[in-house]
Ligand binder design. Structure first.
Ligand code: GLC
Length: 511
């Protein structure tokens, strides 16, 4: 079983937006390769690369046309191999994005399946039996192909669902069992995709919509048949590629029971991540709300439940944000971002820093949708390297998305500034690497009450967080002589009377 994951620090790269080496306005693999030293210096030792496959880009590449081919937009097959070996040469692992649930509507297997004849792909996708069938609870697309029937899609209308079968069969005339030969054939095809990229040097996969495979499979927290499929795939990995990892987009501890090595805690309403930084409902706010309307108790309770459910069987993947989630800036200031990252990445879990979050790139709320990014488009703008044309991202006249105009937010300037967010993130990652307890499952919440300072223990380390713009005092027993081993903002100070004075917007770690 792969044991590198526990102590890994990931960096998520959206290839369209990272670095454009050939000047066509889109990021590419050569561009990423040219920035590997930067990533290494940041302290990341693993990359999650968003889809790099051949695609018509009707959903940012999550509509795969050819699962065995690099998108020409991102470069050649040789560019891919060079990227992997250059990353490995620096001790950086690379996980790819696996899109198992749906293909592009231009995928040749789908087009074959859409022919009105019984061929070898007839059951590879989910089709109803006639063109007037619009089953409840599914998105069925009609009138685009001559095959009699409608096809079910997983996400957008351009993304037909692959057929992994159904658990509960409610309409037997068109639904097949997940144990059927056709469903099993889809699973074997998926294994062939996995083997293909692992053989080419990938170290694992982030798995898109991992819980979406088998239909009519109960709530997200159960999905027994989908879990069975993944356990079967995990068995294959353990036998053939014991070092490879699977990180699911499932966002429920059930993913770990289904065999994933780690699972993302996403920004879903009410999730611990959401409770920490983005929650808003009926007068309630997230813990980092500067006005003190947040609740540490709710956060701690939910985080503990999740953590207890995952514990020694897997890992929680903790994000700064991702390509589907609004960036935390400009909602939060740089000082707040430092405190938020220090909190997120001293909790038990594997850190995933989204490109650009290390310099505080801002969510662009006013951008028109590009390639069906819709509201997510604003989190996908080009990386800001310096203050030259297109922020150093590209020499093109027109880029995939415009670069942000705030000239202070760029790598070059922040590398020179000791107090920058970028240098802070580096020190945070160094701190994490140097302290094994941060990669353990040890966690004890010591104080979690309203907007008061949050205090938790990770083995011999005690973390004290103040999200507010005012100084606070908290009653916790920290020895006056305890050493401060990491901090952002002014350091908290233990008093003799068993209280701790905690400066505004600060995180202090005591040993
Ligand atoms: C996942 C991806 C998202 C994509 C969707 C459909 O949620 O993260 O970007 O649009 O799946 O594949």
């Amino acid at each position: 079983m792969s044991n590198w994951l526990k102590s890994a620090i990931f960096y998520e790269i959206y290839p369209n937006s990272y670095m454009d080496a050939n000047g066509d306005g889109y990021g590419d693999l050569k561009g990423i390769t040219s920035k590997l030293d930067y990533i290494k210096e940041l302290g990341a030792d693993a990359i999650w690369l968003n889809p790099h496959y051949d695609s018509p880009f009707m959903d940012g590449g999550y509509d795969v046309r050819d699962y065995f081919k690099v998108s020409p937009r991102f470069g050649t097959e040789a560019d891919f191999d060079e990227f992997i070996s250059a990353a490995h040469a620096r001790g950086i692992r690379v996980i790819l994005d696996l899109v198992p649930g749906h293909t592009s509507e231009q995928n040749p297997d789908f087009l074959r399946s859409a022919e009105n004849v019984r061929n070898e792909m007839y059951d590879r996708f989910i089709w109803t039996n006639h063109e007037w069938q619009f089953p409840e609870g599914f998105k069925a697309i009609s009138g685009r192909h001559d095959r009699t029937g409608n096809y079910i899609v997983n996400y957008y209308s351009t993304q037909p669902s692959l057929n992994y079968g159904f658990n509960e069969i409610t309409e037997p005339d068109w639904q097949m069992s997940y144990k059927s030969d056709a469903a099993k054939a889809t699973r074997e095809w998926l294994k062939s995709v996995i083997r293909f990229w692992l053989d080419r040097g990938a170290d694992g996969f982030r798995v898109d919509m991992a819980d979406s495979l088998v239909k009519n499979d109960g709530p997200q927290s159960e999905k027994p048949a989908t879990s069975e499929v993944w356990r079967d795939i995990r068995k294959m990995l353990d036998n053939e590629y014991p070092d490879a990892v699977l990180v699911s987009e499932w966002s429920n501890p059930q993913a770990i029971r289904a065999g994933f090595h780690a699972d993302f805690m996403l920004d879903h309403h009410g999730n611990p991540y959401n409770r920490l930084v983005r929650y808003e409902e009926a007068g309630e706010h997230s813990y980092f709300d500067i006005q003190g309307r947040g609740d540490a108790a709710e956060f701690a309770k939910r985080f503990s439940e999740w953590h207890d459910a995952v514990k020694d069987n897997g890992n929680i993947a903790i994000i700064s944000c991702n390509h589907d989630t609004p960036r935390l800036a400009p909602h939060y200031t740089v000082d707040q971002l430092k405190a938020i990252y220090a909190t997120l990445f001293t909790l038990p879990g594997v850190p995933f820093m989204y490109y650009g979050d290390e310099i505080g790139m801002k969510y662009q709320s006013d951008l028109p949708s590009v390639e069906c990014g819709f509201a997510r488009t604003g989190s996908r703008t080009p990386m800001q390297w310096n203050t030259t044309k297109n922020a150093g991202f590209s020499a093109a006249e027109r880029t995939f998305l415009p670069t942000e105009t705030d000239k202070a937010v760029n790598v070059e300037a922040q590398l020179k500034d000791k107090k920058s967010l970028l240098n802070f993130v580096k020190s945070l990652f160094e701190f994490r690497k140097a302290n094994k307890e941060l990669c353990s499952t040890d966690l004890e919440f010591v104080h979690a009450v309203g907007a008061e300072p949050l205090v938790y223990k990770r083995g011999g380390l005690t973390v004290v967080v103040n999200p507010l713009a005012v100084k606070q005092t908290v009653t916790v027993d920290i020895p006056v002589k305890a050493t401060v081993v990491f901090s952002t903002g002014k350091e908290a100070k233990p008093n003799k009377n068993g209280t701790v004075a905690v400066p505004p917007v600060s995180v202090t770690v005591f040993k």
